[in-house]
Design a protein around this ligand. Structure first.
Ligand SMILES: *Cc1c(COP(=O)(O)O)cnc(C)c1O
Length: 441
């Protein structure tokens, strides 16, 4: 007999939806990680969300730590964003011609993000990184790109590359449909390993167009750049005329107004943005030094276009969020306060239970790794106890806290997460850690 059984929240409606969805949508989802494959079980279908809470199709409420995978800096259903989108919709949802609001959004991005002098809007982070890499190739006249193992840049063919066997220099496709031709121009480096990057550059003289990275990684859990890593990449790029691209789709406006580049003080040549910049609508952007950005069509020869790029609803939402960021001077301090309390609380819970897992956090994004050792790259991230994470994840869900359904994702919280949510989360965390370490029934 188990003790103190509380009723599990019923999720039968979600389960029924998932059955139906699988009939007409591959895997029942429109983006794979939503399917709960890596933690087991079936995904929750979400009905609505307000502030820090999401409500599923069965009416259960959860404190949300995904925030739509990043965009919801001000919480769900933010009144200002919602009313801006409603007002914009009344004037038509798209024109396919330039609008004033695009200038305003671009100006805010230029004002906030240190590396950005000019910026082009697209519709997703994937589009932003694909376009930025094409631009870097066009600008330098070189073909190869260096990316890092465990960094995610969306699903563009030449980013879906796994490490080649042994000490192979070239990557291999890690998805069917990606051709060896795509893979051959992508060189894969170890995160936080400058020597490895240097050796790749030296083995491919005058061939590397760009180095692209998540300057604070959020797609293998949350992994920090080691001191000197970003500076070292900047120096390598300067020495070899390589374009340095910070993929700040996740970190832009999240860890500081100007992203990692502001917070860590290293300026790339190009920056890709997404997530927060659209306030929950589909937006991406890439920007950087004028002379590079002017290489884009119609001023330059590098082609890139989009029927719905700079869409008025998306721009209204983005403008509203960026303006709120600009006008909330204590925003990042308040997020830091919550984050520090959350981290302290989780650490205390672990101490009480005799656990010592590695945690990372920068402002309002972080990760609890089910690994006692430091996580600094993809190899160390892969040493996490994924089964344990799965049990922890489901226990958290039962306690009313919605985490990412994968160990390899960061948690995010919003300005709407306050005292109540903190208390609820820490209680849940303690119970879930206990349950994740109880002998299996
Ligand atoms: C989410 C993400 C992307 C992809 O953005 P989409 O809008 O999902 O295409 C690219 N890079 C990073 C760092 C991301 O976190």
């Amino acid at each position: 007999m188990s003790v103190a059984t509380e009723p599990k929240p019923s999720t039968t409606t979600s389960a029924a939806f998932f059955e139906q969805a699988q009939e007409v949508i591959p895997g029942g989802v429109n983006s794979p990680v939503r399917a709960f494959k890596s933690v087991g079980g079936t995904p929750l279908f979400i009905d609505k969300a307000h502030g820090a809470y999401m409500t599923d199709a069965d009416g259960n409420q959860y404190v949300d730590y995904i925030g739509s995978w990043g965009p919801m800096l001000f919480g769900h259903g933010d009144e200002d964003v919602v009313s801006a989108v409603q007002r914009a919709a009344e004037d038509s949802t798209s024109f396919g011609a330039p609008t004033r609001i695009e200038i305003d959004v671009a100006q805010l991005v230029v004002d906030m993000v240190p590396s950005v002098e000019k910026v082009r809007m697209v519709n997703s982070g994937t589009e932003a990184t694909m376009s930025a890499a094409r631009l870097a190739r066009g600008f330098t006249g070189r073909d190869k790109i260096i990316k890092f193992e465990g960094n995610y840049h969306g699903h563009g063919d030449f980013f879906l590359i796994a490490a080649g066997s042994g000490a192979a220099t070239f990557g291999e496709p890690n998805s069917p449909g990606v051709t060896p031709g795509n893979a051959k121009d992508t060189l894969l480096a170890r995160y936080n390993d400058l020597d490895h990057v240097e050796s790749l550059v030296e083995a491919n003289p005058d061939e590397v167009a760009c180095i692209i990275l998540e300057p604070l990684a959020g797609n293998m859990g949350c992994v920090l750049p080691e001191p000197g890593f970003l500076e070292g990449l900047r120096a390598i790029c300067d020495k070899h005329d390589i374009v340095l691209i910070f993929d700040e789709v996740m970190t832009g406006f999240r860890v500081a107004r100007g992203g990692v580049q502001e917070r860590f003080g290293v300026t790339p040549d190009l920056t890709t943005l997404g997530k927060i910049i659209g306030g929950g609508l589909p937006v991406g952007a890439y920007g950087g030094r004028k002379e590079i950005m002017d290489f884009v069509s119609p001023t330059g020869p590098v082609y890139q276009a989009g029927t719905l790029s700079g869409n008025p609803l998306a721009m209204r939402a983005g403008f509203t969020v960026l303006k709120k960021i600009a006008e909330t001077p204590d925003l990042y301090d308040r997020l830091e306060t919550y984050g520090a309390a959350l981290e302290d609380g989780m650490r205390k819970n672990m101490e009480d239970l005799g656990l010592n897992y590695y945690m990372t956090r920068v402002g309002s994004m972080g990760c609890l790794f089910f690994n006692e050792d430091r996580v600094v790259d993809f190899d160390t991230a892969q040493q996490c106890d994924l089964k344990r994470y799965g049990r922890y994840f489901h226990a958290m869900l039962e306690e009313g806290v919605y985490l990412a359904p994968s160990q390899y994702e960061a948690y995010f919280f919003s300005l709407r997460h306050g005292e109540d949510e903190l208390e609820r989360t820490l209680k849940a965390n303690r119970k879930a850690l206990e349950r994740a370490h109880a002998p299996a029934a």
